[in-house]
Design a protein around this ligand. Structure first.
Ligand code: NDP
Ligand code: 2IT
Length: 444
């Protein structure tokens, strides 16, 4: 059995309750096969793949808090510090009822390679809780965040581990987490990113994941002789990533036809009104059913359905495994040109294979959504030098990083004879830097 197959088998055997983690490991290890095969004896002896697929540390803790009715609620908190070969652990916190250890491990594993692709010095981690901020009062969210922080603060720090937002964790949650860390440690360090501008945040961080996705999409399409301007796009989600992906797509001359939330989806033939989405989601914390009030010509549908609409480019920006095989078939039948992933692992392995077999450009999440964490790293730099950069400066750096990532994934896929396979290109380019650092640092 090859070394790659042995490690995949062992990950499956040891993590039976973690299908998303197994999926992420399979995708990475299957595609870095040429690099591993070329170094099989050395990597096996040094147990490189076992070390890469076993987190440095998994932290799981109880979070007790009191709701507005005086009832004590109990949630579970997680932080998985996966790999710090190239820099302090870095990665978001997700608050969503679906969170369990396997979700946090898949996200932390992906983050290792994504962070490596940014070329910035950040290792891979992820955390979160099964707490659902939806429908909670600000006081309840604060009570939860403070209790969560009472445990997490022991394990994080500006040079140790720097969390940020993800699903269910935005500016409000980051503010409460930051405030409580400050109180617990009597320090004002940049231990979390996505902070507000009045207390150490970076301009453009809010927009960075969505904007970065479109910078990479435009660049990758160019490599393929296709222009983004004038194209139609399907977006799923209507949160942070989706909103700023829609904003930048529109600014770059594309038309966004759809977006969604966990209840339903909107089709707007005139192009989604991003300001309306911001008001519905960011200000009112309401549902997409409200959108029709802003745009009477639009349609609202309950359930799933975004991927059945005819368009040129699909931008999944909601959650994992959002595009399944049946969706991929519908996209191909409707003549989709590219699927560029804003969410983490939004396409199942079977759907990705089907898309690529049909010549569709697939920009994998660890490359396509790396603009968020890259800008987080820029926030860390600004915090370290006690300065803040202008929006133009941060945006120019973000554009440069996304162009470099595009070049890196194109070149890596070509170098190993897999022209156009950007999934392999991203995994190989991300892996090469991490493995180089691991080899240099000995058995740790
Ligand atoms: P938000 O919480 O801001 O938005 C999430 C959006 O996805 C909401 O519209 C939500 O709908 C929808 N959604 C979430 N879970 C589900 C589900 N199970 N089924 C259907 N819809 C769902 O999160 P973000 O925009 O920050 O994150 C979106 C994706 O992007 C995630 O995969 C995240 O890991 C990834 N990402 C985020 C980055 C960031 O900087 N924030 C950086 C890189 C990647 P509803 O409101 O109804 O729940
Ligand atoms: O998935 C991700 O890259 C994020 N949620 C952002 C992480 C970060 O540290 O900014």
């Amino acid at each position: 059995m090859s070394y790659v197959d042995e490690v995949i088998a062992s990950v499956i055997e040891k993590n039976p309750a973690e299908p998303e983690f197994i999926q992420a490991v399979k995708e990475v290890l299957e595609t870095i096969r040429p690099v591993v095969d070329a170094n099989e004896e050395k990597y096996r002896k040094l147990a490189i793949l076992e070390r890469l697929t076993n987190p440095d540390r998994q932290i799981k803790f109880r979070v007790s808090w009191v709701d507005d009715a005086g009832q004590v609620q109990v949630n579970t908190g997680y932080r998985v510090q996966f790999n710090n070969a190239i820099g302090p652990y870095k990665g978001g916190l997700r608050f969503h009822p679906s969170v369990h250890m396997g979700i946090i491990k898949f996200l932390g594993f992906e983050q290792i390679f994504k962070n490596s692709l940014t070329t910035l010095p950040i290792g891979g981690a992820k955390g979160g809780s099964d707490f659902d901020p939806k429908g909670k009062s600000d006081r309840e969210v604060m009570a939860f965040c403070q209790s969560f922080m009472n445990e997490l603060y022991k394990y994080v720090g500006a040079d140790i581990d720097v969390p940020a937002g993800d699903i269910g964790v935005g500016g409000r949650e980051v503010g409460y987490l930051f405030g409580h860390f400050k109180r617990l440690t009597n320090s004002y360090e940049g231990w979390i990113t996505g902070k507000g501008l009045s207390y150490g945040g970076s301009l453009v961080r809010t927009q960075a994941t969505g904007y970065g996705l479109l910078y990479l999409t435009e660049e990758l399409l160019k490599y393929n002789g296709i222009e983004l301007a004038g194209k139609t796009c399907l977006v799923s989600g209507s949160g942070n990533v989706a909103t700023y992906a829609m904003e930048k797509a529109t600014q770059l001359g594309a038309k966004v036809l759809t977006c969604s939330d966990s209840n339903g989806w909107v089709y707007d033939p005139d192009g989604i009104d991003v300001e309306a989405i911001k008001e519905i989601k960011e200000v009112n914390r309401a549902r997409l059913t409200e959108y029709k009030k802003y745009r009477p010509n639009s349609e609202y549908h309950e359930g799933r359905g975004v991927w059945g609409v005819k368009a040129d480019i699909a931008l999944p920006c909601a959650t994992q495994n959002d595009i399944q095989l049946e969706d991929a078939k519908a996209l191909v039948a409707n003549g989709i040109l590219a699927v560029c992933e804003g969410a983490n692992m939004p396409t199942t392995l079977e759907a990705t294979e089907y898309l690529m077999a049909n010549g569709i450009i697939v920009a994998p999440s660890k490359a396509a959504n790396a603009g968020g964490v890259a800008t987080s790293a820029l926030e860390m730099s600004q915090n370290s030098e006690r300065l803040s950069w202008s929006a133009e400066e941060v945006d120019a750096k973000l554009q440069g990083i996304m162009k470099n990532i595009t070049k890196a994934i194109v070149e890596a896929s070509d170098k190993y004879g897999m022209h156009g396979n950007y999934v392999a290109g991203a995994n190989i380019a991300g892996f090469e830097k991490v493995v180089d650092a691991m080899l240099a640092q000995g058995v740790v």
